[in-house]
Ligand binder design. Sequence first.
Ligand code: F6P
Length: 327
Amino acid sequence: MNTLKRIGVLTSGGDAPGMNAAIRSVVRTALYNNIRVTGIMRGYQGLVDGEFRDMDTSSVANIIQRGGTILKTARSEDFRTAAGMEKAANNLRQSGIDALVVIGGDGTFRGAAEFLTIYPEFRIVGIAGTIDNDLFGTDNTIGYDTALNTVVEAVDKIRDTANSHDRLFFIEVMGRDAGFLALRSGIAVGAEEVLIPETETSIDEIIDKIETGRRNNKTSGIIMVAEGDESGGAFAVAEKVKKRLPHYDTRVTVLGHIQRGGAPSCLDRVLASQYGFHAVNTLIAGRSSVMVGIVKREVVETPFAQAVKHHNKVRSDLLEMVRILSI
Ligand code: F6P
């Protein structure tokens, strides 16, 4: 039997396209089950400050197609402190909120797990929302697919100009600790090389690749660089390569926050709707401290501690494939 009276929903950390679709799904699934919903503004900061608003079915009308998050988001320093958490717990009690759905990335789940160890009276379920796709326990995080499509669209355009000018481009994409965005988009744009934090970058190999390309009549090149690559990012790699190949016309593009915006793709809207639906049902079933995800089409629940500990392995066979297909 459902014992929940009111749940809170918040988005935290970097925004991701599809977060609104997840909020809509959480709100409507809860209301359908006669559970009231409070929207918490600006992630954990709103929890500390008591910035709450009542949500009804119309609060989430017409948002499934919108990027960003109507609840806004933040990376809260206050919530990391004992005093901040105490304020948050008191605000929840005062508003009669028994449980939370938190939508965000690893920092969001770390915060939730810590809060629950101090205040186990509450229940919290997480939804993976980050363009980085760097969480264990789900094949896709919300926003990853949209960001990939944004990157591909941008790099296709860069390829046109790279080709016209016979230039070598180093393109930096987001991904502080993970190379998923760089690798998958790199495959889709036919990149010559993909540099990611999970593997060691060899300038010798890059040079070799570029020179082989030239011998095979390639006149332009695209090197995708994840921002977290240990080489220091696109500018740093470009400089090292330029020193060794001064006659090459090189340029650097940092795609930046354009990757986080825009209307969510169909895949992200569907995924977000599924996650929201399952998150509320998980809470109703009495479970807590887990992230809901989908692995090989099956809904799975992963304890927060495990979801943030490490992310899925980057497939080295795909990296190898990039190199073979771009000879
Ligand atoms: O975690 C998502 C992410 O987009 C990372 O890829 C990136 O490093 C970071 O957020 C940027 O965060 P901010 O917008 O706070 O600078």
